[in-house]
Design a protein around this ligand. Structure first.
Ligand code: ARG
Length: 570
């Protein structure tokens, strides 16, 4: 596809005298108009002519210049149509030779992208609020990696903070009353919730909790630290089970505690930069001069009792990460509730005159809600819906759907896991991330809607055509590329995939790939009902099989970037 664009671009540059890489293309609003459009408004000023006149004139001039491409003026647009045989040969050829790497590139060579994602809190099971960060962050990690970047995925576990004081005291008092053997994370949640209640009701408990946290912050080895370490390890083991199922991998697991030794130097650095002041015994950075909206909300770096905060640890982490990775971008995949937090931190960096501040990006997202846009609740605990519970629920339903479609399915368990998890992931990624996601079990599992299973099913159908062809011994002839009159939109879509991946990375928006896959699925299905593949003249069957193979490759590559499996059978 790039080769056609390049040819057009160069011809246009020759005839307009404008720089080739400044010319912008669009997709025509109706694919019947052409495969690529050049809006002439963009150059009207430079050429001092009306857009329709430019379009007409350029169509004339270009006609003798381009091979295999026709240019037609439609109002202010110049539309290009690539000869089908040529388009098919080039696009299918590109996909075949790049195979699993099609869509990727090396634009990111020698550049590092840090991605902070998932980052759940210790002593609590991961809840649905963390699922979006986990899914979006992992997809971004794969997208950037496919573009040649070095992606560093960091799990910034919440393993520090005053609540650990309470938890340690709860452990001391009540650890024999909960089951910390079979389901330690659930036992810990129980203790955590009781400690919260006790801090509110029992002043003696509250005092002990505060003491325990100060002991923890002091860095001294001893029973408090030992308990805290045990809690951390147990929780991490619990998270790992969920991560395995979802295909999640972090390059580094660095909890907030990792930055412990950097807190004082960071506070010192801010003080040296002259941006801190003492206010009611606390150390703060005023931000109104940098960002008017933050006048009332200075950033607190140290409380009057000497303890540091979530923000202090994040600030320390930012400096540490820049020093270690010299990142091109550092993406924080964290819910929109934390907008203020990241806005404050960026303002602190700005006040300190840190030149890489723009590289810090808060990649926020909307809520995950149940049908009717209500908060998702758990059946047993009422308070938080545990992620594993939600996954089990969807996978069980997927098994039912799979067996209903094909009662003889031998691999029902594997397929149910792939379809169920694919459905959850795809549902999370299919719309712009800032929008809320509504989670409706039966809807996300539908094979017909805008769902993961729909895309997976399209892939399985293509796989089944290829199986049948090989059973029938078809497809060995030299492909006849002229058999593609109606395949234009599908070929253009296939050729566009690398651009889509690139754009998803720039915008940190995996939904661009998800939307693309849904529309590609529609193009494939539309072509497929009009064009029989098997049992045609040998050259025609061979060429159409090549298109089926190319389509299957692109769907598989797209799904792989997002996370869902691409089963050959469903
Ligand atoms: N642990 C936090 C929470 O669950 C999210 C941490 C996000 N990452 C960060 N560097 N602040 O709310």
């Amino acid at each position: 596809m790039q080769t056609f664009q390049l040819q057009i671009r160069e011809a246009l540059a020759r005839h307009t005298g404008l720089a080739a890489d400044e010319l912008k293309f669009e997709l025509p609003r109706d694919s019947a108009l052409g495969d690529l459009a050049f809006p002439c408004f963009a150059v009207a000023k430079a050429l001092k002519k009306a857009p329709p006149a430019i379009a007409a004139e350029l169509a004339q001039k270009l006609s003798s210049d381009l091979t295999g491409i026709t240019a037609v003026a439609t109002g202010p647009y110049l539309n290009f149509r690539i000869a089908r045989a040529e388009l098919a040969r080039v696009v299918v050829g590109e996909i075949e030779s790049a195979a699993a790497r099609y869509g990727g590139s090396s634009v990111g060579a020698n550049k590092t992208i840090v991605i902070d994602f998932s980052s759940p809190n210790i002593a609590k099971p991961m809840h649905v609020g963390h699922i979006r960060s986990t899914i979006i962050g992992q997809a971004l990690h794969r997208i950037f990696t496919s573009l040649g970047y070095k992606a560093v995925g960091i799990n910034h576990i919440g393993d520090w903070g005053a609540q650990f004081g309470g938890l340690v005291v709860a452990m001391r008092r009540w650890k024999d009353t909960v089951d910390l053997e079979t389901e330690p994370v659930h036992g810990l949640l129980d203790l955590y919730q009781r400690s919260k209640a006790a801090i509110a009701e029992d002043p003696e408990f509250a005092r002990e909790a505060k003491e325990a946290y100060q002991e923890l912050e002091s860095g001294r080895e001893g029973p408090v630290r030992e308990l805290w370490r045990w809690i951390t390890e147990v929780s991490l083991r619990g998270f790992d089970k969920t991560y395995k199922r979802l295909g999640i991998h972090h390059d580094l697991v660095r909890g907030e505690a990792f930055y412990e030794d950097l807190l004082e130097p960071t506070v010192e650095r801010a003080t040296q930069a002259g941006v801190t002041e003492v206010s009611e015994g606390a150390l703060v950075v005023q931000l109104g001069a940098i960002d008017k909206g933050l006048t009332e909300t200075p950033c607190l770096l140290r409380q009057s009792n000497g303890t540091t905060l979530y923000a202090t640890r994040d600030l320390a982490a930012m400096f540490q990460r820049y020093e270690e990775f010299h990142f091109e971008r550092c993406l924080y995949v964290v819910g929109a509730e934390q907008k203020l937090h990241f806005r404050q931190l960026k303002a602190v960096l700005k006040r300190m005159g840190v030149e890489w501040e723009p590289r810090i990006e808060h990649i926020y997202f909307g809520l995950l809600l149940g049908p009717g846009r209500v908060k998702l609740a758990s059946r047993n605990k009422g308070e938080v819906l545990i992620l594993d519970e939600l996954i089990d629920d969807v996978v069980n339903e997927a098994r039912r759907v799979v067996l209903e479609k094909n009662p003889a399915q031998r691999d029902a368990d594997t397929i149910a896991e792939q379809v169920g998890i694919g459905a959850i992931i795809f549902n999370d990624l299919k719309r712009e991330r800032i929008r809320d996601v509504v989670f409706d079990k039966s809807e996300i599992l539908s094979f017909e809607g805008e769902t993961g299973p729909y895309v997976q099913y399209t892939h399985a159908r293509l796989a089944s055509i290829l199986r049948k062809a090989s059973e029938a011994g078809e497809g060995g002839a030299a492909p006849d590329w002229t058999a593609f009159e109606e395949a234009g939109p599908l070929l253009v879509a296939l050729g566009r995939f690398p651009e889509v991946v690139q754009s998803a990375a720039v915008h940190a928006e995996p939904s661009e790939i998800a939307t693309y896959l849904l529309s590609l699925g529609r193009d494939i299905n539309a072509w497929y009902v009009q064009n029989r593949v098997l049992g045609q003249a040998p050259g025609v069957t061979a060429a159409r099989l090549a298109l089926v193979r190319a389509s299957k490759t692109v769907i598989a590559n797209g799904l792989r970037l997002l996370g869902p499996a691409a089963p050959d059978e469903m």
